[in-house]
Design a protein around this ligand. Sequence first.
Ligand SMILES: [Zn+2]
Length: 526
Amino acid sequence: MNILSKIQIFDTTLRDGEQSPGVNLNKLEKLEIAKQLERFGVDRMEAGFPASSKGDFEAVKMIADTIKGTSVTGLARSVKSDIDAAWEALKGADEPCLHVFLATSPIHMTYKLKKSPDEVIDLAVNMVRYASEKFSQVQWSAEDASRSDLAFLAQIIERVIDAGATVINLPDTVGYATPDEYGKMFKYMKENVPNIDRAILSCHCHNDLGLAVANSISAVENGVKQIEGTINGIGERAGNASLEELAVAFQIRSDRYPYETNLKLSEIKRTSDLVSKLTGMQIQANKAIVGKNAFAHESGIHQDGVLKHAETYEIITPELIGLSSNVLFLGKHSGRHAFNDKVKEMGYELTDEKLKEAFEQFKLLTDRKKEVTDDDLFTILTEIQTDSSSVDKYELEMFQVQYGSNNIPTATVVLKTPEHTIIQEACTGSGSVEALYATLDKLISEELEVVDYQISSVGGGKDALAQSNVQLLVNGEQMNGRGSAQDVIEASANAFLNAVNRYVIQKQTNINNNSAITKRRIKRTE
Ligand SMILES: [Zn+2]
């Protein structure tokens, strides 16, 4: 029997994943994802980049103060003020960890840092030493490691370990490495860095060539004990290594991969759904493990085979990842007690006030929809749990849209502004959503442009909830919004306002601090 070697999972959905274009999570949404990552069983989560903005700082602090079952870390550039900000955000964590990085490739050192290799070593050593005085764990990353000189990399790693680094992460920042090359880099460090046993080796792969998961596995086969990745593989550009793919690959091919993680595979579906919903990044249907079609057998020959014996064409069971068929659970006559039990069973911890609000929404839904499913409830509860109700924002007071095959679609909208005034407008358009969006655009003072608009249904059936995802440019900054409702037009209005409100709230939070645009700029890192 194989002796399984333990691999630590470092999740960076809330940092690298949040750098995906258009993703702007508020702190309640980040906290909800953090709680789910804890349930999923990640060993460490990177909650954000505290120095990048006040909003990020507050989110990291809230997560560090709340999450106790999983180690929480934050990112910092090799700058004292970044490390200080990270310490302020993370000092309430059970085990405050820092992730500090510096580029080591010739191209980055010459053109970006404008520093000589010796200057880079000195800076890295000084920053690791400075961070170790505060943090119990210091992870040092060599940005663009896969395009760095191996001998130089070995030299700087030895020095930062001596200075106190406990984890050495060697990212494939630009997604350029092949599995063979990437694995050999770690093997070289194991053989050429004298004090390498005093630190844990970590990998971090980007998916520009579609090799992120394969590269991560190659790293593990060459001595790496920590894998970094994200849920659904989201992240900069083509994204990061997808943690659910790695976890299931280790499980299904344990004959070839003698590794185990603390991940609870039955939480995969829910984690994936939550991240997709809150980030507004929909999962491609054919995505491995979590795509809508990952377990759908289309060909008649395959269907026939699966019916006779599932393993003829099915290597993973849907149950393994927690995919149960859209269970019907509560209806019109379900009482508050049954409802509360179900909420608890689904893992939500709502305040009494939010629980009351959720029950009211559930009751409203049962008036309009015969059978309320787990998917519906997940939508309602997530919306309530992540709603920043206490901040000033645009609120939809009333809307009306008239359209038909023979008349010009016309929308009338009444809005409450963040300044609490009531405003009203009417516009026409060539379609119902266009008329609605033209009216909202006229009412809202920010400069708006619709980049993308999608509508889908939650679960199945003709009375399914509608979910809309909208991507807007708000004063030139990309914002994703989402909204759900029984009706498609109402869901579309909610999604539009959700995107605008993200901008409004971000502006309020970051006032007297870095502007949101600066945040996006300096977030482009490792
Ligand atoms: Zn990255």
